[in-house]
Design a binder for this molecule. Structure first.
Ligand SMILES: [Zn+2]
Length: 88
């Protein structure tokens, strides 16, 4: 089965960041966990995202990331990496 033809995949990927930030309801977390168990494509996207988020967050904390670079990365991933509530 080509798992990423499932509508679940786009929904899962959309929730990745919220999932990583621990801001989902328990039901939504369970849904995503089950999907990740069954879908290697989303799991690798998830791993990549989690790692990237951690690295970028670390660099933000240490002030190693130029603000314009960070905002470009945020736009690219459509993700609020530094937790300031906005993309870019
Ligand atoms: Zn998937």
């Amino acid at each position: 089965m080509d798992a990423c033809d499932e509508p679940d995949c786009s929904a899962t990927l959309k929730e990745l960041d919220v999932f990583l930030d621990d801001e989902l309801s328990p039901e939504a977390r369970t849904t995503i966990s089950h999907h990740l168990d069954a879908c290697p494509d989303c799991l690798s996207a998830f791993d990549f995202h989690a790692e990237l988020k951690q690295v970028i967050h670390q660099k933000c904390l240490n002030d190693e990331m130029p603000a314009d670079l960070l905002s470009r990365i945020e736009k690219c991933f459509n993700t609020d990496f530094d937790g300031d509530g906005k993309i870019g």
